[in-house]
Design a protein around this ligand. Structure first.
Ligand code: GLC
Length: 444
C-alpha cells in the first residue's frame, strides 16, 4: 500500500516537473500556454518555489527576469509581454504602456520578498550574491507601494483594478465596481471565453468594468499617483494588504542580514504602520478583516479565502483569530475541500466560477503557512492534504471545485505544479525519500 502511494506521488512529481519545463520560455514560465502566454508577476514568485525543487539557478532566474521589467520608479507590472501572442486579450496594444519590454499598467500581490527570504534560508550562503542583487529591486517595489499606493497615509496600499488583487472577480469587487462607468468602453473581443467555459469565467458586466478601468489608467498615461488619487476604483484589498505586510516583514529581515540597517528600520516602520491600519479593517460583522472601498468608506463584509491570510500576515488578537477559525470550521462543514474562494453559504457562491468558489492551491499554501506559524498546525495539514487530494484526483488545474474537486480553468498550470513540488506533495517522509534518492544519484 505504502509503496503504491509513493509511486503515485513520484508520478505526480514527474508530471509537475514536466509542466514547468513545458511552460518554461527560457528565464520565465508562462502560467499556462493557451490562456496566459506571458509572464505574470505573482505566478512567477510561486513558480520560483517550484523551480527550486528542480534547479535553484533556474528558480532565481524566474525572479530576475520578472524584475528586469521593473519600471524606474519601482513599479513591477502584473504582466510582462516578453513576446507577441495574438491569442491573449487585453494585449500590449490595449495597455499601451510605452516601454520595452511591453507590460501592463497594474501590479499584483507582492509575494516576491517572502519567496526570496524562504529561498535564501533554504539555500544559505550559496544564494548571498543573488539576494544582494535582488534586494534593491524588492525595496524599490515596496517603496513604490508605500508611496504611490497610499496617497492618504492609510498605512496599507490600495488597488486600482480588481486584477491587482490576483483574485480577479472576487465578490469583494462587486460593490466597489458599481461606481465604474462602462458607457465609453471601446468595442472588444474576449479571448478567455474562446478557450475556457463561459460559466467558469467573469461575466460581461465584470469584464466591461475591467476594460473601463484599464482605459482610465491608459488615459492618465499610467500615472500611478493620479490613478490612485482620482480613479473610479480605489480599494484596500485585504488579501493584497496581508501579503504586503508579510512581505514587508520579510524584506526587513533580508535588509538586516545584508547589513542595510537604515533601510531595515525604514521597512520596520512601514510594518508598524501597516499593523495599526489592519485593525481598521476588522469588522465584528462578519468577524473578519475586510476589504475597504476607499471611495465610499464602506467595508466589504464577506468571507473569502483571503480572509484567512490574517494568520499569514501575523495579525489578529486571540479573539479575532478564534472567530476566523470558527468561520473555517463552518466552511469546512459545507464543502469537501477547503479553502473555497468564497464562503459556500454566500448567495453568489459558484463552485466553478473564477474566485467565487473554486479552491486555489497557491492561496491554500499561504493560508496553511500562516496557520502553521500561529499554532494551528492541524488546520495547516488539513489544507495541505485537501490540496494534494485535489491535484491527485483531478490534475494540475488552475483551480478546483470545493464541492467535488472538479476542474476549473486551465490545465497543466504552472503554479499548481510548483505548489505541488514545494508543498502540497511534500510529506516529511517524502522529504527523507527525496534526500536519499539524491544521495544515491550522487553515487554516495
Ligand atoms: C488569473 C488569476 C491571476 C493570475 C493569472 C495568471 O488572472 O486570477 O491571479 O495571476 O490568472 O495565472
Amino acid at each position: 500500500m505504502a509503496k503504491m502511494a509513493t509511486g503515485r506521488r513520484d508520478d505526480l512529481d514527474a508530471q509537475a516537473r514536466r509542466i514547468l519545463h513545458a511552460n518554461d520560455r527560457g528565464g520565465y514560465t508562462v502560467p499556462n500556454p493557451h490562456v496566459y502566454p506571458f509572464q505574470w508577476n505573482w505566478d512567477s514568485a510561486f513558480v520560483a518555489l517550484g523551480w527550486q525543487e528542480i534547479d535553484s539557478h533556474r528558480a532565481w532566474r524566474e525572479l530576475q527576469t520578472l524584475f528586469a521589467a521593473q519600471w524606474e520608479d519601482g513599479f513591477l507590472p502584473h504582466i510582462v509581454f516578453w513576446q507577441q501572442d495574438p491569442g491573449y486579450f487585453p494585449g500590449p496594444d490595449v495597455w499601451r504602456v510605452k516601454r520595452a519590454p511591453a507590460t501592463s499598467g497594474i501590479t499584483q500581490p507582492p509575494v516576491a520578498a517572502s519567496v526570496v527570504r524562504w529561498m535564501w534560508e533554504r539555500q544559505g550562503s550559496a544564494a548571498d550574491m543573488v539576494v544582494a542583487d535582488l534586494y534593491p529591486r524588492l525595496l524599490a517595489w515596496h517603496r513604490w507601494f508605500r508611496r504611490a499606493r497610499d496617497p492618504e497615509g492609510f498605512g496599507l496600499p490600495l488597488i486600482i483594478h480588481p486584477w491587482e488583487s490576483g483574485r480577479d472577480n472576487s465578490v469583494e469587487w462587486d460593490a466597489p465596481g458599481e461606481a465604474v462607468d462602462t458607457s465609453a468602453i471601446e468595442p472588444y473581443e474576449r479571448r478567455d471565453i474562446t478557450k475556457l467555459e463561459h460559466g467558469m469565467r467573469p461575466t460581461k458586466r465584470d469584464y466591461d468594468r475591467y476594460l473601463a478601468l484599464l482605459q482610465f489608467g491608459r488615459d492618465k498615461g499610467w500615472d500611478q499617483r493620479v490613478i490612485a488619487a482620482e480613479g473610479p476604483f480605489r480599494v484596500i484589498d485585504f488579501g493584497l494588504a496581508a501579503i504586503f505586510l508579510r512581505a514587508e516583514r520579510d524584506l526587513a529581515v533580508i535588509a538586516e542580514r545584508l547589513g542595510r540597517t537604515e533601510e531595515a528600520a525604514e521597512t520596520r516602520s512601514s510594518v508598524a504602520r501597516a499593523e495599526t491600519a489592519m485593525q481598521r479593517l476588522w469588522q465584528e460583522d462578519p468577524g473578519a478583516f475586510c476589504s475597504l472601498d476607499l471611495r465610499t468608506g464602506a467595508p466589504v463584509r464577506v468571507i473569502t479565502n483571503a480572509s484567512f491570510l490574517a494568520f499569514y500576515a501575523g495579525i489578529g488578537n486571540a479573539r479575532q483569530r478564534g472567530r476566523l477559525i470558527a468561520h473555517l470550521e463552518d466552511i469546512a462543514a459545507h464543502c469537501r475541500f477547503v479553502v473555497p474562494s468564497l464562503d459556500p453559504r454566500h448567495e453568489a457562491f459558484d463552485p466553478l466560477r473564477y474566485w467565487r468558489g473554486p479552491v486555489w492551491a497557491v492561496v491554500n499554501f499561504l493560508i496553511a503557512r500562516g496557520l502553521e506559524e500561529t499554532g494551528y498546525g492541524r488546520w495547516a495539514e488539513r489544507i495541505r492534504l485537501d490540496t494534494a487530494s485535489l491535484i491527485r484526483k483531478t490534475g494540475f488545474f488552475e483551480a478546483f471545485s470545493p464541492i467535488d474537486g472538479a476542474a476549473s480553468g486551465g490545465a497543466d498550470f504552472s503554479w499548481t505544479a510548483a505548489i505541488w513540488l514545494a508543498w502540497a506533495g511534500r510529506t516529511p517522509e517524502h522529504r527523507q525519500d527525496a534526500a536519499r534518492a539524491s544521495r544515491q544519484a550522487d553515487g554516495a
